[in-house]
Design a protein around this ligand. Structure first.
Ligand code: NAD
Length: 272
């Protein structure tokens, strides 16, 4: 562990992503795990985090108070719910801590409400923190820009049966990239949740379909369907650790940077 390793708090440490993040930070030489927060009333509160997770002690006591946990942190990694993330954004701004937001499912109003906090702290938000999906986003934009409007664009995603939101944050990110490539606004062309007598497909629309089942970690296809040919760009996530690694990279990247709202394209230094 380096002397200057930033202290990191994990919000929602008992969640699927929370547990992965605890592991990723604990194993890192470049960061120090200084706090873990779970919901008030959770039976991990007051326990040593390592013991709570069924392993050896980690020297971090699980808390239900994000403000107290963040007092000694330089970054907070947050994969929870939109309501919780909005609260954490204000606390991170007060603490001047880097806020890495993996949470998805925000509505437009909630995204607006994240903005004031980003004037005081570094906020990195991405619907998907993996390198592969962020590359796929760039490719989607490039292909959409190269093809004529006659090609129909559909985004198909699959996730485990406990996922709360649809379409996934990643599917929306890919839809945004396709819309940008075409020079249109996604909100004006998005076709979500087709059912019943829908009639012929509207030209220029970007369609979304969501599959939910079993333990699927995350799969995304961007389909460009033309007359007599089809291009399919696909990303398959088989291990959640890719999101945790990306989030940790974002927390380290944000150290010493000017306050503002950033995404993984910034963190990975990919070309827009
Ligand atoms: P999960 O339900 O397993 O975990 C969420 C955890 O947050 C739960 O343990 C819950 O108790 C906790 N939580 C909620 N409010 C809290 C509060 N106020 N204080 C403390 N803890 C609180 O869900 P998950 O699969 O880990 O996913 C979490 C979020 O991350 C979802 O929005 C999901 O879509 C998103 N996600 C994003 C990426 C990405 O790369 N950006 C990848 C995977 C999942």
């Amino acid at each position: 562990m380096t002397e200057s390793a930033p202290g990191i708090v994990i919000m929602g440490a008992a969640g699927r992503m929370g547990r992965m993040l605890v592991q990723a930070v604990a194993e890192s030489e470049r960061a120090k795990l200084v706090g873990a927060v779970v919901r008030p009333g959770h039976d991990w509160v007051g326990e040593d985090l390592g013991h709570a997770m069924g392993g050896p002690a980690m020297g971090v006591t699980v808390s239900d108070d994000p403000l107290e946990a963040m007092a000694r942190a330089q970054a907070v990694i947050d994969f929870t719910s939109p309501e919780t993330t909005l609260e954490v954004a204000h606390l991170a701004a007060q603490a001047r801590a880097v806020h890495v937001i993996g949470t998805t499912g925000f509505d437009d109003g909630q995204i607006e409400r994240l903005v004031p906090a980003s004037r005081h702290s570094v906020q990195v938000r991405a619907g998907n923190m993996s390198l592969g999906v962020n590359l796929l986003t760039g490719l989607t934009k490039m292909v959409a820009a190269a093809l004529e409007d006659g090609w129909d664009i559909e985004v198909v995603e699959a996730h485990h049966n406990r996922k709360a939101d649809a379409p996934s944050g990643t599917a929306l990110m890919l839809g945004e990239a396709a819309a940008e490539g075409r020079g249109v606004t996604l909100a004006e062309v998005a076709d979500r949740g087709r059912d019943g007598l829908t009639g012929p497909r509207e030209a220029g629309h970007i369609g979304f379909s969501a599959i939910r089942g079993g333990d699927i970690v995350g799969e995304h296809d961007v389909i460009f369907a033309g007359q007599g040919e089809r291009i399919v760009l696909r990303h398959v996530a088989s291990d959640r650790v890719i999101f945790a690694r990306g989030a940790l990279r974002a927390a380290l990247w944000g150290q010493g940077r000017s306050p503002g709202a950033y995404d993984m394209i910034d963190v990975l230094g990919l070309d827009r």
